[in-house]
Design a protein around this ligand. Sequence first.
Ligand code: NAP
Length: 282
Amino acid sequence: MIAITGATGQLGQLVIENLLNTTAANQLAAIVRNPAKAQALSQKGVAVRQADYGDEAALTAALQGVDKLLIISSSEVGQRAPQHRNIINAAKAAGVKFIAYTSLLHADKSPLGLADEHITTEKMLADSGISYALLRNGWYTENYLASVPPALEHGVFIGAAGEGKIASATRADYAAAAARVISEDGHAGKVYELAGDNGWTLSELAAELTKQSGKNVVYKNMSQADFAAALKSVGLPEGLADMLADSDVGASKGGLFDDSLTLSALIGRPTTSLADSVKGIL
Ligand SMILES: NC(=O)c1ccc[n+]([C@@H]2O[C@H](COP(=O)([O-])OP(=O)(O)OC[C@H]3O[C@@H](n4cnc5c(N)ncnc54)[C@H](OP(=O)(O)O)[C@@H]3O)[C@@H](O)[C@H]2O)c1
């Protein structure tokens, strides 16, 4: 039995789609906090088990009979360390034998503030005594695609990543890798630095938008404070705006770049190119 947390999230749903190609639905358990969101999974025959990351007892009950667990990191930034601790404690209590965890690219040396909770979780896994693999995911290309409509409207794409190269891949690419690692043998003890095959700068993203849309888009680099303020001024919550600005500055220092091609090797195909992602969003 393979269990997946965050199964109703965007990455989780794609992982389960991949798993269903190789694994019988009755060997999959979707751990969800809101079963109403998981009706499509139930209809496919996936076992839906309810547990909030805040509830260790519910997590322990949900993990009964589970051999392998994919922990998709929580989206509640700032709460992740205690939440992940609950999941790992529950996995121990339930006798889970292998865990894969979605961490952050080069988490151990990343300049991004987001790395802290991932490092804490990686240490908890090392101390747990359960065998595990780390899926250190780079940036989702989708993170930037949400900014494409305003960029086309105003002719300016704003950010704070300077000329930092971002080796992003799509959620679908990372999901394919996670599905392989959680369903195949031989991944215990591995640390996968997962990123897109080709890095690109935000200036290059603006150039790609110009090329494909026919509208002139330029990249405007801002200071961390100005970028965070600009995001807040269009309604982003303070914490999210600060995190995105910090991450862009991390990218300017190379924190979102990797050229090991580990992701494409793992999934057996090239990662989705920036040009294809831009074409999709346009
Ligand atoms: N590499 C990147 O660029 C990048 C970007 C964004 C996020 N991430 C990380 O990758 C993870 C997966 O990405 P995603 O796009 O799939 O995010 P997402 O769509 O926001 O999914 C997050 C999942 O976590 C679940 N969750 C959150 N808090 C929970 C709680 N207290 N108890 C139980 N479940 C809880 C959500 O449940 P509901 O479905 O009920 O909401 C959802 O299923 C994120 O959570 C975040 O840690 C990475």
